[in-house]
Write a protein that binds this ligand. Sequence first.
Ligand code: COD
Ligand code: ATP
Length: 221
Amino acid sequence: MLRVGLTGGLGSGKSTVARIFAAHGAHVFSSDAMGRELMEPGQQVYAAIVAHFGPGIVLPDGHLDRPALGKIAFAEGRVEELNAIIHPAVIERQAELAEEIFASEPNAVVVVESALILETKHGGTKHGGEDRWRNRFDKLVLVTAPEEIKIARFVARSAGPDTTPEKQTALEDEARRRLAQQIPDDQKAALCDYVLTNDGSLQELEWQVDQLWPILQTLAT
Ligand SMILES: CC(C)(COP(=O)(O)OP(=O)(O)OC[C@H]1O[C@@H](n2cnc3c(N)ncnc32)[C@H](O)[C@@H]1O)[C@@H](O)C(=O)NCCC(=O)NCCS
Ligand SMILES: Nc1ncnc2c1ncn2[C@@H]1O[C@H](COP(=O)(O)OP(=O)(O)OP(=O)(O)O)[C@@H](O)[C@H]1O
């Protein structure tokens, strides 16, 4: 078995890498997707968020208003309050699912994709130091890209067809606020086992993942 943490800043391309690993046969968990599921009405995490931030962040249809929460988190400096509710639940769920997979498939490679593996103050409770991720992962893979490319990818992904220069600027500001909550790539690279550079074509990225996959498979056996 091998527990791989796949990390990288906003827009670095880690979801793209995760998809390539999945195509090779890895079991991949997206922390963003799990966070979203746990934030659905009826979930404990949903209830805790509404209790903490108030009914103003609930849409008329009962779902959480993600842009409003994003504003509270990143523009009003309350992201750690949100992290403290969501991260423990996501990490616990990932541990449960990984255990199930390893029980039936001892040589499995489980990849957990998250922008915040090195940043989170939650999970890995055996010893709560700065390197708490070591309790959760055998290897860490980092996807890097220059900051301006990350921002451009975030804007391109988030901007709708009716975008205006003002909306583009607002999205760039949003990307910068989120990146400010993330550890810079050079510091992350020093802590990770493998670094994939995603500043070129998708084919170049795919080639790097294809090289890494057999190494991870060998480590899993
Ligand atoms: C604030 C929220 C509602 C905004 O939702 P939105 O749909 O706009 O963004 P989404 O969740 O798709 O995240 C997009 C990217 O933003 C960045 N980002 C998200 N949360 C954080 C955070 N807490 N700190 C730093 N960057 C973050 C990541 O690069 C992430 O991949 C949402 O991001 C959230 O609940 N964040 C806090 C919990 C969290 O850490 N989630 C991610 C992993 S569980
Ligand atoms: N090498 C590349 N060339 C062109 N587009 C790319 C490349 N890598 C990623 N992208 C695109 O950039 C966007 C961001 O990539 P992706 O979703 O994989 O990043 P991420 O690190 O998961 O981002 P986030 O943390 O914001 O969720 C996507 O639309 C993706 O298709």
